[in-house]
Design a protein around this ligand. Structure first.
Ligand code: NDP
Length: 257
């Protein structure tokens, strides 16, 4: 028995939604380094430039343009690869949006629906589209990007819509895990703390919030996208063969307090 071999993904095809930057890009690189052929789904070809640049490391990287809220397009991409005889065996549901700082009483219908559409519907459409081929071939591994916000309520910023969307991702993870376990398909999630990505950096007000976040974090720091990708790689691989329905904290201890 080789424990290192359990982390290898040679011969697998892994789809990473939103794999063009930040956490998704690191997931694509981690899975590629382990031997998987990668399909990045982005809303525009240009968004995938950094992923395409990974080809210079000898990795097999393909890009498909699509929006995870477009269920027909997700079905089309999944069917394309299944029809090629090499269906996706790994899916990382990474694409997501943030929306912090809006008080619940000021959240518009449109804000709420957009959050649920990308963060919840998008994860389900992709899981259903790629999962149906995993179910029929009796093997597959899905890893969802949940969040510690699905377990706790962040402070000081209000972000009810995001928190609810991630709690839904966690329960979707468990529901699909229970339903598809006997088909040989595992479904897990990671629940990260604040990670240094554009999602966090693009909100000006976060600069004042960061000291509060760090004071609430036992390890006293935010995470890097690479630290999330390592956990995603583990869950995607055979090293996690007994794990399904798990929501793995990657949170610097944030949820201990
Ligand atoms: P970023 O905003 O940096 O990147 C998100 C990626 O997803 C982008 O490439 C974006 O492309 C893509 N994307 C967004 N919406 C869609 C869509 N509808 N269809 C296809 N692609 C889309 O986010 P992070 O890397 O920070 O976050 C990745 C995941 O991790 C998210 O699910 C997030 O909720 C979760 N997470 C992040 C944390 C953090 O602190 N950063 C903490 C906990 C969880 P585009 O340019 O088109 O928008």
């Amino acid at each position: 028995m080789s424990y290192q071999k359990k982390f290898r993904l040679d011969g697998e095809r892994a789809v990473v939604t939103g794999g063009g930057r930040a956490i998704g890009l690191c997931c694509a690189e981690a899975l590629a380094e382990a031997g998987a052929a990668i399909v990045v789904i982005e809303r525009s070809e240009k968004d995938a430039d950094e992923a395409i640049a990974l080809r210079s490391k000898g990795y097999e990287i393909e890009v498909r343009v699509g929006d995870v809220t477009d269920s027909a397009r997700m079905e089309e991409i999944a069917a394309e690869f299944a029809g090629s005889g090499r269906p996706a065996t790994i899916l990382v549901n990474n694409a997501g949006i943030g929306q912090n700082g809006i008080a619940a009483e000021d959240v518009t219908d449109a804000d709420w629906l957009r959050m649920m559409n990308v963060n919840v519907n998008g994860v389900f459409w992709c899981s259903r589209a790629f999962g149906r081929h995993m179910v029929s071939s009796k093997r597959g591994s899905i890893v969802n990007l949940g969040s510690m916000s699905g377990n706790i309520c962040n402070r000081p910023q209000p972000q009810t819509a995001y928190n609810v969307s991630k709690a839904a991702v966690h329960h979707l993870t468990k529901s699909l895990a229970a339903e598809w376990a006997h088909h040989g398909v595992r479904v897990n999630a990671v629940a990260p703390t604040y990670i240094e990505t554009p999602m966090v950096a693009s909100v000006e007000a976060n600069k004042e919030r960061i000291p509060i976040w760090l004071a609430d974090t036992p390890m006293g720091r935010m995470g890097t996208p690479e630290e999330v990708a390592s956990a995603v790689l583990f869950l995607a691989s055979g090293a996690a063969s007994l794990m399904t329905g798990a929501i793995v904290n990657v949170d610097a201890g944030f949820t201990c307090w």
